[in-house]
Write a protein that binds this ligand. Sequence first.
Ligand code: ADP
Ligand code: 5GP
Length: 207
Amino acid sequence: MRRGLLFIVSAPSGTGKTTLVERLVQLVPDLVRSCSYTSRPPRPGEADGVDYNFVDESRFAEMAAAGGFLEWAEVFGHRYGTGADDTERLRQAGRDVVLVIDVQGAQKVRERGVDAVSIFVLPPSYSALEQRLRRRAAADRTQLQGRLEAARREVAAAGRYDYLVVNDDFERCVAQLRSIVIAERSRTAAADDAVGRIVAGFAAPDD
Ligand code: ADP
Ligand code: 5GP
């Protein structure tokens, strides 16, 4: 079975990456979002094991010390990490996995030499990002300035990503993300069993 690909999606907080990736995984078969671990408390409406695996600080520290994370980072005062085993299991089962992680996390994955396709999502403008953050939960609004300052730093790292997309029109952006996934799958299709069988069927009789 083909080992699943690893996709990374990063964007400044409030850009819409969570909403985009939720839609993307609904549309594309065999594409799943990795459920990260975090030490931050759940927001209203968030469920454990769905939005994140919510753990306390000490459990997070234990997992980090045991090498349980592919990467982890501190973002806005809380820790977030990608479970190494969870991701590996999904990829072994042939599923392509999307990590929705911040720019520090993406950098750590690159530094580990892990083969990943990285996508940076830009908001249409600074002011559009500010509006999206204001419309979101009250807890985010109190951290508005911090998130906007972080956005300035994060956008500066956009050039290190393989792909850049702008989340202006939502559906158009989802379609662009879908195209990227399909194109990357086609690049690696030579390793796919079905493609291998077709190519083998073209071998000359005396080959
Ligand atoms: P992130 O995960 O990047 O922090 P969210 O997915 O939580 O962002 O989205 C932030 C807000 O922006 C949400 O209220 C979401 O509905 C809204 N949003 C997402 N995409 C668009 C878009 N293309 N146009 C307008 N609003 C959007
Ligand atoms: P939020 O608290 O708004 O859900 O997420 C805050 C930030 O943490 C976002 O930029 C999000 O992408 C990032 N994040 C979520 N999970 C992970 C993770 O596993 N690793 C890293 N490095 N960042 C993450």
